[in-house]
Design a binder for this molecule. Structure first.
Ligand code: MG
Ligand code: MG
Ligand code: MG
Length: 306
């Protein structure tokens, strides 16, 4: 039976590329390990897999009785539903420490950097294992995605250095141009069902006993939402009711203007005022300079619930 590597539900490019990269490293180190995923892939991730010639990792939702590495999260709400019945061999992550615990010792690589793949690059270096060209390309794209081409406040010099090193291995002359190409793919919303857009990059958090869902759409121009904003608002209201959530936020992030318009439905009308010092008007508020859910959106919100 192989070991698995799996990222969070509603997988993003970091979750998928880190599953692929870590599986290769572990297998090279003598542990047969395969990448897996907890859901369907986004157009951006499909673009990366296609560009570097990878198949989609196996769709695998149940891990009872198996051994796995968790990447790109450490939250019970975001991991496999039956994680309690699995053996967690390790966690490699760059988010706040979540609530996954283990009954056996585990390997932990947790660093406050912009992307899980940056940490996995450190692991390759630590073990002195060469990164294949195609894996280097996928890792590089994941870092460009998670750091919003270095613009996110989560981006560190380690992330930038990793992109430079991985670009060299992958033979990519202009990583930032490839990053823009990727964000153009990410910005395409036409012909996509509204619910798919809302859930494209959506995470649930347990905030002091309240379930809060936060989605994010990162695009190169917010004008693409002009015609569908009302539908997005209706859908997050439906999602709040269906999941019995306290609040649902949808961040419409403009990576060129470097800020986010937040659409919010909440049991607490004062939610954004309490968390960010800015009241919402008709369920909308612009937060200037806000690009990162994990660093700028979740912490103040969590604080407001405590
Ligand atoms: Mg992620
Ligand atoms: Mg990540
Ligand atoms: Mg992200």
């Amino acid at each position: 039976m192989p070991n698995y590597v799996v990222g969070h539900k509603i997988p993003d490019s970091d979750s998928i590329c880190s599953a692929i990269a870590l599986s290769y490293l572990k297998t090279e180190l003598g542990e047969h390990t395969v990448p897996a995923r907890l859901g369907e892939l986004s157009p951006e991730t499909l673009f990366i897999l296609d560009k570097f010639g990878f198949e989609q990792p196996e769709l695998k939702l149940s891990y009872a009785g198996e051994s796995l590495y968790i990447v790109d999260h450490s939250e019970r709400t975001q991991g496999p539903d039956d994680i309690d019945e699995a053996t967690i061999l390790g966690i490699i992550d760059h988010h706040k420490l979540g609530d996954i615990t283990t009954s056996t010792p585990l390997e932990c690589w947790i660093r406050p950097v912009g992307c899980t793949n940056t940490i996995i690059k450190m692991m390759y270096d630590f073990h002195d294992i060469a990164i294949p060209k195609d894996i280097a390309g996928a890792m590089m794209c994941a870092i460009l995605s998670d750091t919003v081409i270095f613009k996110s406040p989560t981006c560190t010099t380690a992330d930038i250095k990793c992109v430079e090193a991985l670009a060299e291995i992958a033979g990519i002359d202009d990583p930032q141009a490839l990053g823009m190409e990727m964000f153009k793919v990410k910005s395409a919303v036409e012909d996509t069902p509204i619910r798919d857009l809302v859930l494209r990059d959506f995470k649930d958090f347990d905030m002091n006993g309240h379930l809060v869902g936060i989605g994010q759409l990162e695009v190169i121009d917010l004008a693409i939402f002009d015609n569908i904003k009302a539908e997005l608002e209706a859908d997050i209201a439906a999602l709040k009711a269906e999941g019995n959530r306290h609040s649902v936020l949808l961040l419409l992030t403009d990576i060129m203007k470097e800020g986010s318009e937040v659409l919010v439905v909440s049991d607490d009308a004062e939610l954004t005022n309490k968390a960010y010092g800015k009241a919402s008007t008709n369920g909308r508020v612009w937060l200037d300079g806000v690009l990162s859910r994990k660093k700028q959106v979740v912490p103040p919100l969590q604080e407001s619930f405590s």
